[in-house]
Write a protein that binds this ligand. Structure first.
Ligand code: ADP
Ligand code: ZN
Ligand code: ZN
Length: 732
């Protein structure tokens, strides 16, 4: 080894738990920097994680790094520590965790240098008179409306459904102009105008909550449990204002950006400071620039989805997690982290406050609050003065249902539509029908790759497996008996929409599900049309429930409650209750109360009764008691080992060996379930099995996993087999 070369340890983006030693010359690349290193026949971007004194390998075997990519660490210390902790806690290879935390361009070795952010703003020509001429161009009008609150990054306009051609048309009319935003570090502080006049006076509940947060004398997280419309967002805005005034940055995590345009507008109206967003609709360059702008302290507020938790900040002062119960905070593949949980750990490491807000807190957070681990703040009154919705539990047993709808519900629709109101219906099954079957012999069209039936999509004339995405044309006759008598079984959104169009020909129906919101901006365009009352009947899956406020909706129907009541997933009732409360909270407005109708064959179901009679708050506590009796989370901690393979034999062998390792370890408070097959044993052509590890103490479970995993990792496995560990799984 040449004398000038010294050891460094590098984490590489490979699915291996070990780290790799390389040689580098003095001065050594600091910990947290990227280096390009030879790995086999490739060159990989790795991150320096240590400067060890010695290596297990002979130094003569080690290779020198090819290139140092950064002069200093990419992650500030608190974030760096969080990532190391996360790799340990989720038992995921550090190289993959660090890689995941970086914007794609940095993973690819791009320089961590920022380009100006492409933005648009209104020009002086955009007067009221000129804007009025755009009536026939709704997209252009929408763009102007968005820009009336101030300039916006091109990426965000795209996310709101305004694409480049629309912007070009407006630019050609000289109504808007592009400019490059060169943010200067914390320049915003100098002309930070807070639009105070927009802020309402806080009501008593809000004032009490704000005071409690401001005067808390410990660092526990705050759980803000406030009914929809109680003014939680207003609390966030007030807290953020105080942070900005101190020159500190704020991170706001939301479940989905595309679904929160109203929230963004409110933030922009309130603060004259750079507000950036981070979401899936951005290209790699935009993501990197946003990341760097936050790191340099140039952005005041970042609003983003779960991965925004990995953004570095210069002076982070506060984290807000809105709709903290939302399961989209959990990453369901690769590095399976929970964005809310990481946010809590990050706030702890940064020594800053964190507020979790929801009308329907997750049972995990509620449990923490009831145990005193979080501050528990509650708001029970609607701030804007809207009345709470009435609720009806409709027993549909023996009723003649049409497309799954009871006559009473149809009649209520008649009344509300005639009165000029909108009606919203929920059905969590997209497609025409969940199955296609032969009326003569009973054959059902099943996916050959999964233990599941095909969904029938009539509009596209195809069968679609929602589990593996396999598609094929609808057969003309039964492959078993050649009968042409093929019929649908069950009702999906497509069929319901068809029925509603026939039943209510005088009104326009719109369907909102994943099938007709695939294209960028499509969803936002639909939502706008709904707000402008172009449609009277809104029908959709859960998607329609998230975050939207439609003031003209006075009747909401939830059509299939029973599925959730009897699901094998113990979290299904919690989710149903959350959906119900979210929806109920949005029906009606100040002048008119709304009505929510739940259709069920089991109206006597205890949880349903509790939810309706006593509200979410009470329901959640009942649920918690039930979970305690059954020793389920949050009273116990879980990790699930999942594996899959194209054939059963190697899978069963691996799972048995893994289970043996766990049994052999035999900790008294470690409970094992399985190995067992999930309800859908085969998916996308692969057999699946799982082993559930459960323990009443989080630290113990962590300790056991630390002991067990290396042994499991060492098992000889068939090349076709894949396995992973999911800590705190949301699904089994
Ligand atoms: P949440 O986030 O809990 O759903 P919001 O903060 O969005 O509630 O408030 C609901 C509505 O009430 C909004 O239209 C908001 O502008 C209004 N609002 C909030 N706080 C007040 C207040 N103190 N006085 C008057 N209106 C308020
Ligand atoms: Zn048949
Ligand atoms: Zn399939």
């Amino acid at each position: 080894m040449p004398e000038s070369l010294t050891l460094i340890q590098v984490a590489l983006p490979v699915p291996l738990y070990r780290r790799f030693d390389y040689l580098a010359s003095q001065p050594l690349p600091p910990v947290g920097c990227r280096v390009l290193v030879p790995f086999g026949r490739q060159q990989l971007v790795g991150i320096v994680v240590a400067h060890p004194a010695e290596s297990e390998l002979a130094l003569s075997k080690l290779k020198p790094v090819s290139r140092q990519l950064d002069a200093s660490a990419l992650f500030p210390p608190a974030l760096w520590k969080l990532l190391l902790w996360a790799a340990d806690y989720y038992h995921h290879p550090l190289g993959e965790v660090l890689h995941h935390a970086l914007p794609v361009l940095l993973r690819q070795g791009e320089a961590a240098e920022r380009k100006p952010i492409a933005c648009w703003q209104l020009s002086d020509h955009a007067t009221h008179d000129v804007i009025a001429t755009l009536k026939r161009a709704p997209r252009q009008q929408q763009a102007i409306q968005l820009l009336q609150d101030g300039p916006l990054p091109a990426a965000e306009l795209r996310e709101q459904g305004v694409d480049t051609p629309v912007l070009k048309q407006l630019a050609a009319k000289e109504l808007i102009k592009p400019f490059d935003l060169h943010l200067q570090a914390r320049e915003w502080l100098d002309h930070l105008l807070l639009h105070e006049n927009d802020a309402p006076y806080l009501n008593t509940e809000q004032a009490a909550v704000l005071a409690a947060i401001n005067h808390a004398d410990d660092k526990r997280p705050f759980l803000l449990e406030g009914v929809t419309g109680s003014g939680k967002t207003e609390i966030y805005l007030q807290l953020i204002k105080a942070m900005l005034a101190q020159g500190k940055q704020v991170l706001v995590l939301v479940p989905e950006i595309g679904l929160t345009p109203q929230l963004l507008r409110r933030f922009r109206r309130r603060f004259h400071a750079p507000i950036l967003t981070l979401h899936s609709g951005m290209n790699d360059r935009e993501r990197l620039d946003t990341w760097l702008a936050c790191k340099a302290g140039e952005a005041a507020i970042l609003i983003g989805t779960r991965s925004a938790i990995f953004t570095p900040f210069k002076t982070l002062g506060l984290i807000v997690v809105d709709e903290e119960h939302d399961s989209s905070f959990k990453q369901q593949e690769g590095f399976r982290y929970h964005g809310r949980d990481l946010a809590i750990m990050r706030a702890q490491r940064e020594q800053i406050p964190i507020v979790l807000g929801s009308a329907t807190p997750s049972l995990e957070s509620l449990h923490n609050a009831l145990q005193g681990r979080y501050h528990h703040l509650q708001m029970t009154q609607r701030a804007g003065g809207a009345q709470a919705a009435q609720q009806h539990l409709l027993d549909v047993k023996h009723l003649p249902l049409q497309a799954g709808m009871a006559p009473q519900l149809l009649q209520l629709m008649d009344e509300q539509l005639a009165a000029g109101n909108q009606v919203m219906l929920f059905l969590n099954r997209r497609g025409y029908a969940p199955a296609l079957l032969c009326h003569d012999c009973g054959w059902v069209a099943a996916c050959p790759h999964c233990d599941a039936f095909y969904t029938w999509h009539q509009q596209d004339r195809r069968l679609h497996c929602h589990h593996c995405d396999d598609m094929r044309p609808v057969p003309h006759q039964c492959p078993e008996c050649n009968s042409r008598n093929l019929v649908s079984s069950g009702v999906g959104t497509e069929q319901l929409a068809q029925f509603l169009e026939q039943r209510f020909p005088a009104y326009k129906t719109i369907r909102i599900d994943r099938d007709n919101t695939r294209r960028k901006g499509e969803l936002e365009a639909h939502l706008n049309a709904i707000r402008h009352q172009e449609y009277q009947i809104l029908l959709g899956t859960q998607m329609l429930a998230k975050g939207h406020h439609f003031p003209h909706v006075t009747l909401v129907g939830i059509l299939d409650v029973d599925g959730a009541l009897f699901a094998s997933d113990f979290r299904a009732t919690e989710r149903l209750a959350q959906l119900y409360v979210q929806v109920a909270g949005r029906a009606g407005r100040a002048s008119k109360s709304g009505m929510v109708v739940l259709q069920s064959h089991h109206p006597e179901h205890a949880l349903l009764q509790d939810l309706l009679n006593n509200g979410y708050h009470h329901f959640a506590r009942t649920c918690l008691q039930e979970r305690q009796v059954l020793a389920l989370p949050p009273f116990t901690y879980q990790a699930v080992l999942r594996a899959d393979a194209p054939a059963r034999e190697p899978l069963e062998l691996f799972m048995q060996q893994a289970a043996q390792i766990c049994h052999h370890y035999g900790a008294p408070d470690l409970q094992l379930l399985g190995p067992l097959s999930p309800v859908m044993e085969r998916r996308a052509g692969r057999y699946r099995m799982l082993l559930m590890l459960q323990c009443p103490h989080r630290m113990h479970l962590q300790h056991y996993l630390q002991q067990l995993l290396p042994a499991i990792d060492n098992l000889p496995i068939h090349h076709s087999l894949r396995w992973h560990l999911d800590v705190d799984p949301l699904e089994v």
